[in-house]
Write a protein that binds this ligand. Structure first.
Ligand code: GLU
Length: 498
C-alpha cells in the first residue's frame, strides 16, 4: 500500500522566505523523509493584493538552495494539483455551497463600515466584540432581495456550540470554547476563499496526514477543525512548532540579523550548515553536546517528540561557528565557485572576468582564508585587497608602519629580491625574507609588517608568505612599487607642510 504519510509546507508568497518558514519546511521535509512519506509544497496565494510572483520565486529558490526538494508541488506537479491556490479557485465553491445548504454557513451583508461602528459601540460598553450574527437571523426573503440587488456579501461559517479539541503532537490535547470563536468569513466579497477555508479544503483534498506548522497558527486550528467536522473530512494530526525568537526574546526580525534565507545564501553561508543550524533550532536529538549532524543523521534522528515546546532563540554566533565548521569540511573548488558568485553579485567582478584563472585564484584564496572564516562574504568585506586594482591603505597602518624610518629601504630591498624569484611560493618567499632580515641585522617581523601593509593595506590577514604566493609575483611587485610611491608622496607633503 502507498505510504499514507503526507505533509506539506504552505507558504504565502508575500515576501522573502523567512528563517521560521524555512525551519517549518525543514521539519516537514525531515518528517516525510524519515517516514518514507510525501512532502508537498503548496503556494497559498489567494490574497491577491499581498502575493506576488517574485516572492514565489524567492521561496522556491530558497527551498532548493537548502536542498528541501518537494515531491509534489510547483514545477514538479503531482496527482493532487494544482499546487497554487489561485489555480484551485474552481474547487472551493462546491464546499461553500454545501455548507450554505446545510445551514452551516450563511451570507453576511454587513459592510466593513457597519461592522466597525457596531464593534466600537460594543467595546465602548466594556464588552468584547464578536460578529453579532445580525445576518444569521435575517429573513430569507430579505436575503434574496439583497442578493438580487447585487449587494456585496461574504460567507461566514456558523460556529456551533460546544468545545473544540484536537490533539497537538507536541503539547497534547488543546481545547477552545467555541463561544470564544467568531463566525469567521470563509468567502470574501470578491469570491476569494479565506486562508482558514482554502487551507482546510486543500489539506483534505491533498490527503495531508500531518499538519506541521508554526504555533502562530494555533488559534486558527480550532476553526479549521470545525470546518473539517462540518464537511465530514477526516482530521489530520496537528503539530504546532514554537516560534523562533531573537536573543532578546522578541519575534525574529531584522534587528537580530536578517530573517531572510536568501540573505544567508548571499553572505556565503553553506546550505548544509543552514540546514543543520535550522534543525537544531528547537529540536534536540538527546545526545549531549552533539551539534553537527549530516543530512542522513538528521533524517534518522528527527522526530516531533524531540521538538522543544518553548520558543527557539536564534543565535547568530552559533550559526557562524557552525558555518565555519562546514566551510572547513568543504573542498576549495566548491567554495571558490560560491565566492565567484558572491563577487559577481556584489559587482566586484564582471561575468567576463570569470575565467578559469580567476576561479583558480579564488580557490587559492579560500584555501588560505578558510581556517578563520565564518561566512564566505567575509573575504569581500574584510579582504577586498585580493580583488582591488589598487590597494586601499588603512590610514593608521599606513602611518604607523609604512611611514616608519627605514621602511623604504626594507621594501626596496625586498622588491629587488622578489623580482629575482622564479618559483614564487610561500617557502621560497619565507627563505628570502628571513635571509634579508639577517643581512639587515633586524628581526623578520620588521619586514613582515611593512610587506603586509604594502600588499594588502591592512595589518592583519592570513600568513604573509601564503598571502604573497596567492597574490602572485606580478601583483606583489606592482603593489610594493605603488606603496613606495605613496610613501614618497606622503613624505613630500609632510615635509612641505611641516
Ligand atoms: N499560508 C500560511 C502561512 O504562510 C500557511 C499556514 C499553514 O501552514 O497552515 O502562514
Amino acid at each position: 500500500m502507498e505510504n499514507q504519510t503526507r505533509v506539506r509546507f504552505a507558504p504565502s508568497p508575500t515576501g522573502f522566505l523567512h528563517l521560521g518558514g524555512a525551519r517549518t519546511a525543514l521539519f516537514n521535509w525531515l518528517f516525510a523523509r524519515k517516514y518514507g512519506g510525501t512532502f508537498v509544497l503548496r503556494i497559498e496565494d489567494t490574497d491577491l493584493e499581498r502575493s506576488d510572483q517574485k516572492s514565489v520565486e524567492v521561496i522556491l529558490e530558497g527551498l532548493k538552495w537548502l536542498n528541501l526538494l518537494w515531491d509534489e508541488g510547483p514545477e514538479v506537479g503531482g496527482k493532487y494539483g494544482p499546487y497554487f491556490q489561485s489555480k484551485r479557485l474552481h474547487l472551493y465553491p462546491q464546499f461553500i455551497q454545501k455548507l450554505l445548504v446545510e445551514g452551516k454557513a450563511y451570507y453576511c451583508f454587513c459592510s466593513p463600515e457597519e461592522l466597525a461602528e457596531r464593534r466600537e459601540k460594543t467595546i465602548a460598553q466594556g464588552k468584547s466584540w464578536r460578529y453579532d450574527r445580525r445576518c444569521l437571523f435575517m429573513e430569507q426573503k430579505e436575503k434574496e432581495q439583497l442578493i438580487a440587488e447585487g449587494k456585496k456579501r461574504v460567507v461566514r461559517f456558523r460556529i456551533p456550540e460546544g468545545v473544540t479539541s484536537f490533539v497537538d503532537l507536541l503539547r497534547g490535547e488543546v481545547s477552545f470554547a467555541n463561544q470564544e470563536l467568531d463566525d469567521f468569513i470563509i468567502l470574501r466579497s470578491d469570491d476569494m476563499p479565506t486562508y482558514n477555508f482554502a487551507c482546510v479544503i486543500d489539506d483534505a483534498l491533498m490527503k495531508i496526514s500531518h499538519v506541521i506548522r508554526g504555533d502562530d497558527h494555533i488559534s486558527n486550528t480550532p476553526r479549521q477543525v470545525l470546518l473539517y467536522q462540518a464537511l465530514g473530512f477526516p482530521l489530520p494530526a496537528f503539530a504546532h512548532i514554537p516560534m523562533i525568537l531573537g536573543k532578546d526574546k522578541t519575534r525574529l526580525s531584522k534587528r537580530h540579523g536578517s530573517p531572510s534565507v536568501t540573505y544567508y545564501r548571499d553572505q556565503g553561508y553553506l546550505p548544509e550548515a543552514m540546514m543543520n543550524y535550522l534543525a537544531r533550532l528547537g529540536w534536540a536529538s538527546g545526545e549531549e553536546e552533539k551539534e553537527i549532524f549530516s543530512e542522513e543523521e538528521l533524517i534518522e534522528r528527527f522526530d516531533l517528540s524531540n521538538v522543544t515546546k518553548h520558543a527557539a532563540v536564534f543565535d547568530l554566533d552559533k550559526l557562524n561557528w557552525m558555518n565555519g565548521v562546514y566551510i572547513r569540511q568543504r573542498d576549495n573548488a566548491s567554495l571558490s565557485r560560491i565566492l565567484v558568485e558572491i563577487l559577481q553579485k556584489r559587482g566586484k567582478i564582471t561575468p567576463s572576468e570569470v575565467t578559469p584563472e580567476m576561479e583558480g585564484y579564488c580557490e587559492q584564496i579560500v584555501a588560505i582564508m578558510k581556517d578563520r572564516m565564518k561566512y564566505l562574504a567575509q573575504i569581500v568585506e574584510e579582504a577586498a585587497y585580493f580583488f582591488e586594482q589598487e590597494v586601499q591603505f588603512d590610514p593608521e597602518a599606513f602611518q604607523k608602519i609604512l611611514m616608519k624610518e627605514g621602511t623604504e629601504e626594507i621594501l626596496s630591498r625586498c622588491l629587488e629580491e622578489f623580482k629575482e624569484i622564479d618559483d614564487f611560493t610561500a617557502p621560497r618567499l619565507e627563505e628570502v625574507v628571513r635571509k634579508q632580515a639577517e643581512n639587515l641585522g633586524i628581526k623578520a617581523a620588521k619586514l613582515i609588517h611593512p610587506l603586509r601593509v604594502a600588499v594588502s593595506g591592512k595589518r592583519v590577514g592570513p600568513g604573509l608568505f601564503e598571502l604573497l604566493e596567492v597574490l602572485g609575483k606580478k601583483r606583489v611587485i606592482e603593489r610594493i612599487g605603488l606603496a613606495l610611491e605613496e610613501i614618497s608622496r606622503q613624505r613630500l607633503t609632510q615635509s612641505s607642510s611641516g
